[in-house]
Design a protein around this ligand. Structure first.
Ligand code: FE2
Ligand code: FE2
Length: 333
């Protein structure tokens, strides 16, 4: 669901020396993008464009499957059968999003094994939001409302990303994300309208804990975002981190009023002159701490992924043995 970490990799230098042929190909590539064209898997592309996309799409894929973990924590404790069915369907959707995205990254020539290796060794990033714990049932509603809500803001512009296989995957993903956002809002709305005082307090507590990490999902401020400028020029990124964050705050502030919850920011206020909400400063030290591996659940999340991979070894071995047997049979026929 989530693309925040795309801007957090170290800065890389572009190769200074290029052949004349490569320069001509790059010129054609740039013109195509300037004209609003799309790049397909088999088209020529600069190595740096390919690398940027592999990093972004794989971080996005990792975020989808790591994002299943905090919600999985509540699959056995959903309050009703209806809520359990909705939650299971949502978690399954996130797994599907991971699969589309790993497939999109593979079209760029990187194997799925390499992508998983990078995740399991801690080299690859995923969205930091999933390093926070889900302490109550209200957290599940708030994840849908705020986390999937922020994901939609981030991802709708990606349906126009210049790399077509990624853009196509995002069209389907965004449709499902909007269901995720609505089911979260609905779960919270029921608790706020029909719940006990304790349930209402539970919703407010969850909002208080998730609000600031949700704003961090849009990535560092534009002034500090190392990869943004190049990604904008290449049409990988269409709207800046700060503009998306503002859009999210404006939409969510109104929804919070409908729900009857208070967003935990005393400086949040409509600014008539700007036509937007002003909001308080984000604790970027916390953001970088969590990105750097020191959030509340970083170790737990990675350990759960590695365990799932190790426990699934027999399934992969069996599938490979079956595929080999099929090939041998076909060859013998
Ligand atoms: Fe997703
Ligand atoms: Fe989602």
């Amino acid at each position: 669901m989530y693309t925040q970490a795309m801007d957090t990799a170290p800065k890389e230098e572009r190769k200074a020396v290029r052949s004349a042929e490569e320069a001509a190909l790059e010129q054609r590539f740039d013109t195509k993008l300037d004209d609003g064209g799309f790049i397909e898997a088999k088209d020529w592309m600069p190595a740096h464009y390919r690398k940027t996309l592999v990093r972004q799409i794989s971080q996005h894929a990792h975020s989808e499957i790591v994002g299943m973990l905090p919600e999985g924590n509540w699959a056995t404790r959903a309050p009703t059968l209806k809520r359990k069915c909705i939650l299971l369907a949502k978690i399954q959707d996130e797994g599907g999003h991971g699969l589309y995205l790993y497939a999109a990254a593979e079209t760029l020539g990187t194997s799925r094994d390499e992508l998983f290796d990078a995740l399991h060794s801690g080299k690859a990033k995923y969205s930091s939001i999933f390093n926070y714990p889900t302490l109550s049932w209200a957290d599940i509603g708030v994840i849908g409302w705020l986390v999937d809500g922020a994901a939609i803001m981030n991802q709708v512009p990606l349906t126009r990303c210049s790399y077509a296989p990624y853009a196509r995957a995002m069209v389907r993903i965004c449709r499902e994300e909007s269901f995720h956002q609505r089911q979260g809002f609905d779960a919270l709305n029921v608790m706020m309208r029909e719940g006990t005082d304790a349930q209402k307090a539970m919703v407010q507590d969850a909002v208080d804990r998730w609000w600031w990490p949700s704003l961090m999902m849009f990535g560092p401020p534009d002034s500090e975002s190392t990869h943004s400028e190049q990604s904008m020029r290449w049409g990988i990124k269409r709207i800046s981190n700060d503009d998306l964050r503002q859009k999210f705050v404006d939409a969510t502030a109104q929804q919070a009023q409908v729900l009857g919850v208070t967003l935990p920011d005393p400086l949040l206020k409509w600014n008539e002159a700007r036509g937007h909400h002003d909001f308080g400063p984000i604790d970027w030290a916390e953001f970088w701490r969590v990105v750097g591996g020191h959030g509340p659940c970083n170790k737990e999340r990675l350990a759960a992924r590695v365990k799932a991979w190790d426990d699934g070894a027999w399934v992969r071995d069996a599938a490979l043995a079956h595929a080999r047997k099929q090939t041998t049979r076909q060859e013998a026929a």
